[in-house]
Design a protein around this ligand. Structure first.
Ligand code: F6R
Ligand code: ZN
Length: 194
């Protein structure tokens, strides 16, 4: 008998599993992206230091589950990012950073391990930032570009949820960068105007 449900007496097994603390997402539909130093041309302020670094060094990796197609209205995506500890010159390893293509689409980040700084920038290039520590939750309002730097000695792991029709605009950041960088000054993370 069908009544719109798959079956009243079958409990199905979800296709995806996560390891919350380790920051991994596994299953048939998991997509994995690894970003190496060599992939991140133009991202760090000190170009000579970037050229001198081993291009094969991992900077961050992302596991994403997109249960619906990109651009679907009303759906949700989930992902986990692991930013490795390290620096290019005095600037901490960080994500590329992006605006959402649909500017009014927000996002949630929450940290499970490590120490980070979330840098937010509006379209007028005004910067705000928040410390990321285990358990911290960060609401990223629509219209804010977002980037994360690992300012600690261990892997920074954070989870994210965002709308499936948000899209990603990397070009604006690629062209103009963020208005501030997170750099190490005497062992402490400091926001430096770019
Ligand atoms: C999705 C989102 C995160 C980032 C990830 C990598 O909207 O904000 O899942 O995509 O932290 O950063 P980017 O995408 O800037 O390389
Ligand atoms: Zn985002």
């Amino acid at each position: 008998m069908t009544d719109g449900l798959a079956s009243a007496d079958v409990i199905t097994v979800p296709s995806m599993q996560l390891d919350w603390q380790a920051g991994t997402l596994a299953g048939r539909e998991a997509e994995n992206q690894l970003r190496l130093v060599g992939d991140l041309s133009g991202l760090f302020g000190d170009d000579a230091a970037w050229r001198a670094a081993d291009p094969k060094t991992p900077v961050y990796e992302v596991n994403v589950w997109q249960p619906v197609a990109a651009e679907t209205e009303g759906g949700l995506f989930v992902g986990v990012t692991r930013v490795f500890p390290g620096k290019i010159g005095s600037e901490y390893f960080m994500t590329r950073g992006h605006f959402h293509a649909k500017r009014n689409r927000g996002e949630l980040y929450w940290t499970v391990s490590g120490q980070g700084v979330l840098v937010l920038m509006d379209e007028d290039r005004r910067i705000t930032s928040e410390r990321m520590t285990p358990g911290s939750i960060h609401y990223i309002a629509g219209g804010l570009a977002h980037r994360v730097a690992n300012v600690g000695d261990e892997i920074l792991t954070f989870w994210a949820h965002w709308p499936s029709d948000a899209g990603h605009d990397y070009d604006s950041i690629g062209q103009f960068g963020f208005a501030a960088r997170v750099v190490d000054v005497d062992g402490c993370p400091v926001l430096e105007r770019a």
